[in-house]
Design a protein around this ligand. Structure first.
Ligand code: NAI
Length: 711
């Protein structure tokens, strides 16, 4: 087995250690890499070796910990020992007395940044796309390679809390301004030159924390200014996380306790918290979905196989409203030429102006240059003439949610398009198979359901109509990846997957209101359950009139199909408020009175829905909100609306913010076990209605013990 770290000793006595994990596309921290680094440390002890440069022979520096290995751990001793073993090597690296420099030529994330932190100086390429950071918290983990020990000692406790607790990526420029990097280099050659020069200038190097009179920048955990921070940081974190993310608390504890201890004791404390995180159900949930599930989807698990990947060179967008403008912007950003059509030139220009607004902001924040903005804007051609669609590989319509209008624009667009072009609808509610009836080639008709606001929402729900062919699905899938979004693929159904399940959350909250549950308790339950927004506020945001419109449309459609329509009890609440003109945020009044930047629950709610003397336990409310969603997701799975478990889980988190710590709507069931889920769902059904009767697929799984995810 070749070593994971190539060692090359130059004539200048500098040992270059280039990480290059065999058989893996990225360098990840595990036994193989650490053995290679340990070998480098050993060579460092040789008298001829004057210093060491740690760099990488791959495109990244080091992407982080080896998640596969972490997933195999079952006993706390395993992560604890592994974490300490890594840190023993890093301790030797930084305590040899000889200079060690990190030459960061690509992403240095998680364990990768921790390797760099154990070097005496850090240089990085000045590429804005290069990412540094401690993202462990996003998978329910804690930096276990010394991140919570070295960062507070290098940058101060507050900065360390931010970097480890929020897990945001840092650009090299940002990292430099924080003091995390020593300097930036324009290219690889300069990077190595700088590293060599630093070694030459510092023949003897030691870390600040190994100096006799070391002090934490800004003070340790006892310092008055830091003590103030400790008085508020935990409550801010608790408010944000509702206590649902143990890693957030463990990171704070590790930094706090480490801030009272010497380096090596702090290091042991960190490893204990690391072990607690790795084995937590929350990290298991997040890793299953946000790591394995997401990677599988991005690699095309839901894409038909055997079809060559395709890219869109020219895109047509019909309707330059909120969604159309957002889609045009996203595509132009990915380098695609866009024709943006509306009924008047002004309307089309307004759509382009939306992109301009977003880009101006990006320029102001330094994320784009003015030249990049102009180049991107030039790709969007606003107009009214459907003939401009000639040569488009894909057209997405985002006109008003009206069947007849959608049929008309479909026919007009197809008349201008070549045979191979794909036509997609961004409808949020109308079944795709029905819309495809207006198409002269329904096999090339598909749903591409974007979420609002398009520039911020990462998901696109691809809806396969009854006649949509595989080639069309593959092209739509490739397009979504091309614009940097995450695709999930679902079969056609009313509300598809995301809107259908999302509605059960909001409607359950509304039903509680009708039963006399205090509105504040309902809203608190939504947040405590880990949802990003509480049900009543959310209904106000999406508007009550939209819910009413969708319900009425569904009723009409089902009647035409001769099928029964059962209305959710929450809809009666929508009807009642709509009748009072309380249509939601867009008119300034709904469940809340909306004022500029502020909102307050409407006092009149108490008269419409008097609060019952006997209030249910919060847990009952939280369970109702979560079981309603998970059960509906299971029904979608059972009916074949969902094709894969990853689509379900990722779609729920990225689409409507299903509590990420549960790992998604089906992982919620897996984590609890189908048996426990079914038992609780039946209790809820007995008390609150048949909608809680567990899906048949869950009853079967409760008997067989089969899970959705096999990971
Ligand atoms: P919007 O009202 O902001 O924009 C619709 C645009 O279509 C208007 O600018 C209108 O002038 C234009 N239009 C009308 N007839 C046209 C024609 N014959 N040719 C070209 N343009 C025409 O609506 P929005 O919110 O952008 O929604 C568009 C579609 O996206 C709808 O189907 C909606 O259901 C769907 N959708 C909306 C979401 C949302 O959050 N607003 C989310 C996901 C999908």
């Amino acid at each position: 087995m070749p070593s994971a770290v190539n060692l090359h000793l130059g004539d200048d006595g500098i040992l270059v250690a280039a990480m290059d994990l065999p058989g893996r596309p990225l360098n990840v921290v595990g036994d193989a890499l650490m053995t290679g680094i340990a070998q480098a440390v050993e060579r460092l002890t040789e008298p001829a070796v004057k210093g060491l440069i740690l760099t990488s022979a791959k495109a990244d520096f080091c992407a982080g910990g080896d998640i596969d290995r972490m997933s195999r751990w079952t006993r706390p001793e395993e992560p604890f020992e592994a974490s300490l073993a890594m840190k023993r090597v890093l301790r030797q690296l930084e305590q040899q007395g000889k200079p060690v420099v990190a030459a960061i030529n690509g992403h240095a994330l998680g364990g990768g940044l921790e390797l760099a932190l154990a070097c005496h100086a850090r240089f990085a390429l000045a590429q804005p796309r290069l990412k540094l950071g401690q993202p462990e918290v996003k998978l329910g983990l804690l930096p276990g390679g010394g991140g919570t020990v070295r960062l507070p000692r290098l940058l101060g406790i507050q900065a360390a809390l931010q970097i480890c607790g929020e897990g945001a990526d840092l650009s090299p420029q940002k990292a430099l301004s924080l003091g995390l990097l020593t300097a930036l280099a324009p290219d690889r050659e300069a990077l190595m030159e700088q590293a060599r020069a630093w070694i030459a200038a510092h023949p003897q190097a030691a870390q600040p924390w190994d100096q006799p009179k070391f002090r934490f920048p800004g003070g340790d955990s006892r310092a008055p200014a830091v003590a103030q921070l400790w008085a508020i940081a935990p409550s801010i974190a608790a408010q944000k996380s509702q206590g649902n993310y143990p890693a957030v608390q463990h990171i704070m504890s590790s930094i706090f306790e480490g801030g009272l201890l010497g380096f090596d004791a702090a290091s042991v404390v960190e490893s204990r918290y690391f072990a607690a995180c790795v084995l937590s159900q929350v990290s298991r949930n997040m890793i299953a979905t946000l790591w394995y599930g997401l990677n599988a989807l991005k690699k095309g698990a839901s894409r038909p196989t055997g079809l060559a990947p395709a890219t869109v060179g020219r895109l047509g967008v019909l309707g330059a409203g909120m969604m159309g403008a957002g889609i045009a912007h996203a595509a132009a950003q990915a380098g695609i030429k866009v024709v943006l059509l509306d009924t008047t030139q002004e309307a089309a220009e307004r759509g382009k102006a939306h992109a301009q607004g977003l880009l101006d902001r990006a320029v102001k924040k330094g994320r784009r240059t003015a030249a990049q903005r102009d180049e991107q804007l030039a790709r969007i051609q606003p107009g009214t003439d459907y003939a401009l669609l000639a040569g488009c590989d894909l057209v997405i319509e985002a006109v008003f949610e009206d069947r007849a209008l959608k049929a008309e624009v479909t026919r007009r667009a197809e008349a201008a398009l070549g045979d191979g072009a794909v036509f997609a609808s961004n409808t949020s509610t109308l079944p795709i198979t029905g819309l495809a009836q207006a198409s002269s080639r329904p096999q090339r008709f598909i749903g591409l359901h974007f979420f609002s606001p398009v520039d911020r929402m990462p998901l696109v729900e691809i809806i396969v109509g009854r006649q949509t062919d595989d080639a069309t699905l593959a092209r739509a899938f490739d397009f979504v990846l091309q614009i940097g979004k995450t695709p999930i693929v679902v079969n056609d159904s009313r509300g598809f997957y995301t809107s259908r399940v999302f509605a059960t959350y909001v409607m359950e909250g509304l039903a509680m209101l009708a039963e006399g549950v205090h509105p504040r308790s309902i809203e608190a339950a939504g947040l405590q359950a880990g949802m990003p927004m509480p049900p009543l506020a959310l209904q106000d945001e999406v508007s009550l009139s939209l819910a009413l419109h969708v319900a009425d449309q569904t009723k009409t459609d089902l009647a035409a199909e001769g099928r029964p329509y059962t209305e959710h009890p929450g809809m009666a609440v929508v009807r009642r408020l709509c009748a009072l003109g309380r249509l939601g945020k867009k008119v300034g009044q709904g469940f809340y009175d909306w004022a500029e930047g502020d909102k307050a629950l409407w006092p009149g709610l108490a008269e419409l829905y008097p609060v019952a003397a006997q209030q249910p336990a919060q847990q009952e409310l939280m369970d109702r909100l979560m079981f309603a969603q998970a059960n509906e997701a299971a029904r979608c799975f059972e009916e074949g609306v969902l094709r894969t478990v990853d689509d379900a889980n990722i779609g729920s988190i990225f689409g409507w913010g299903f509590a990420p710590f549960h790992g998604g709507a089906l992982q919620f069931i897996d984590a609890m076990g189908a048996q426990a889920f079914v038992a609780r769902a039946r209790e809820l059904a007995a008390r609150h209605g048949a909608r809680f009767e567990p899906a048949a697929v869950l009853v079967q799984r409760a008997a067989s013990g089969k899970r959705f995810t096999q990971r």
